[in-house]
Ligand binder design. Structure first.
Ligand SMILES: [Zn+2]
Ligand SMILES: [Zn+2]
Length: 436
């Protein structure tokens, strides 16, 4: 990144990003412009003029200047499994991937199901490189039985509730959570999985699982719960967000629900719009995820859902695991992959380059859309917004090398894959926190 200082009379700005293509879906901006920053705030966005004065100038000519990316679904392993990831190392992985805000899921050990643990996360977040937002549990101990003190969690700063990693199997419990969360305008994030149907499955149930003789997780294990949750959302009029949808049927259920006006939103992960269950033939445990990688038809349906707006957000489901845990037989490996450092490259390579999404559509799913769902400040490059910005070189390519990840773990099935689009610079509240 070309950085310089040009101070002079009347400069008055801490940082100006000059000459980049500014893409801001919220303000429908897509033009070459200069972004002026002072005291961590965006002061103005103006047509590029060439000469500017500031304490620091970043020349972004030929680069994309977008709102700092927001990941609404990240697993940081602190408290409990600091050998796999900490809030700090997770934040380093985030900024390397262009994310300026991440939302951590509460399935830690112990789980984030009370005010003290939420406060612990925010205390640790003070030393993080990016903004951390905490998601609290729906039920105590994620047992799916008794609701947490949602009011306490909200007071401590929880931005949503979820038992992610597990579903809330009892619909009456989820109904109560939805009715209660409505009072706080708090989204409830649902991990849709019928545990009777998924049972002992380790991969998608279909041709490949039959071929390999492995126990499968059928698409309906997800779809019956998506259908149930749509009904609950419609009935309670609360805000339901469906995590990591992976099947053609789920996309269609949500498409129809949205048409009826149900308040429902959803996300898809980069691995679910990129990989199919064919990869399991390699027995790479890094490709074992939950929900599992599905078929080509499902991947195509996810891509169509992203294109037509059925799928609101792209979220990583970043799930670090140690080598010891993953280097076991496929059946015994825990599900999950590290996603923060490959998400943007996969979006650019698989969706933007293939003309499935425009830059504006793709960036919206990584910025303003999650910001709106979670009521977060930011996700836009406009006057008086926090100066959280990501600068991307769309023409640079790189080869994924998990051993070089900032994350403490390197369980990625994308090693060796060539991706387009490199993060040049990540800026949080006007400070450069990462340079690529
Ligand atoms: Zn989940
Ligand atoms: Zn998750």
């Amino acid at each position: 990144m070309n950085r310089s200082a040009r101070e002079g009379k009347g400069s008055g700005y801490d940082l100006v990003i000059t000459g980049g293509r500014v893409i801001d879906p919220e303000t429908k901006t897509d033009r070459i412009a200069d972004v002026f920053i002072r005291d961590g705030i965006i002061k103005k966005v103006e047509k590029a003029r060439g000469k500017v004065k500031a304490k620091e100038i970043i020349d972004a000519k030929g680069k994309m200047v977008v709102p700092g990316l927001i990941d609404m679904h990240t697993h940081l392993r602190e408290p409990g499994r600091e050998d796999e990831e900490t809030i700090y190392t997770g934040s380093c992985a985030a900024v390397a991937g262009g994310f300026t805000s991440i939302c951590c899921m509460p399935n830690t050990q112990p789980p984030i199901d009370n005010q003290e643990t939420v406060k612990f996360v925010y205390e640790k977040a003070k030393e993080a490189k990016c903004k951390i937002y905490c998601i609290g549990c729906i039920t105590k101990g994620r047992k799916g039985e008794e609701l947490t003190e949602i009011n306490d969690l909200v007071q401590a700063g929880a931005v949503a509730i979820s038992d992610d990693g597990k579903p809330v199997s009892n619909p009456q419990v989820l109904r109560n959570a939805l009715e209660y969360s409505r009072m706080f305008d708090l989204p409830v994030i649902s991990h849709c999985e019928d545990l009777y149907l998924s049972a002992n499955g380790v991969m998608h149930e279909g041709f490949v699982s039959t071929n390999l003789g492995m126990c499968g997780i059928p698409s309906i294990a997800e779809e019956v719960v998506v259908a149930r949750d749509i009904a609950l959302a419609e009935f309670t009029q609360a805000r339901m967000h469906i995590a990591h949808i992976s099947t053609e049927g789920s996309v269609e259920l949500i498409r129809q629900a949205k048409k009826r006006g149900v308040k429902i939103t959803c996300e898809a992960t980069p691995h679910h719009f990129t990989l199919t269950d064919e990869i399991i033939r390699t027995f790479d445990t890094n490709a074992k995820v939950n929900p599992p990688l599905r078929t080509k038809k499902d991947v195509e349906a996810i891509r169509r859902g992203l294109k037509d707006g059925t799928i609101d957000c792209i979220a990583t489901d970043h799930a670090p695991h140690s080598i010891e845990e993953k280097e076991v037989e496929f059946d015994f490996a825990p599900p999950g992959l590290v996603g923060l450092e490959t998400a943007l490259g996969l979006v650019i390579t698989e969706l933007i380059s293939k003309r499935i999404l425009s830059w504006t559509q793709a960036i919206a799913k990584l910025t303003v859309n999650p910001a709106r769902i979670l009521n977060l400040k930011g996700g836009t490059i406009k006057r008086n917004s926090p100066a959280d910005i990501t600068i991307i070189d769309p023409k640079a390519s790189w080869v994924v090398d998990p051993s070089e990840f900032q994350s403490k773990s390197n369980n990625s099935p994308f090693g060796g894959r060539k991706l387009w689009g490199k993060v040049c610079c990540t800026i949080v509240e006007g400070n450069v926190v990462f340079e690529g």
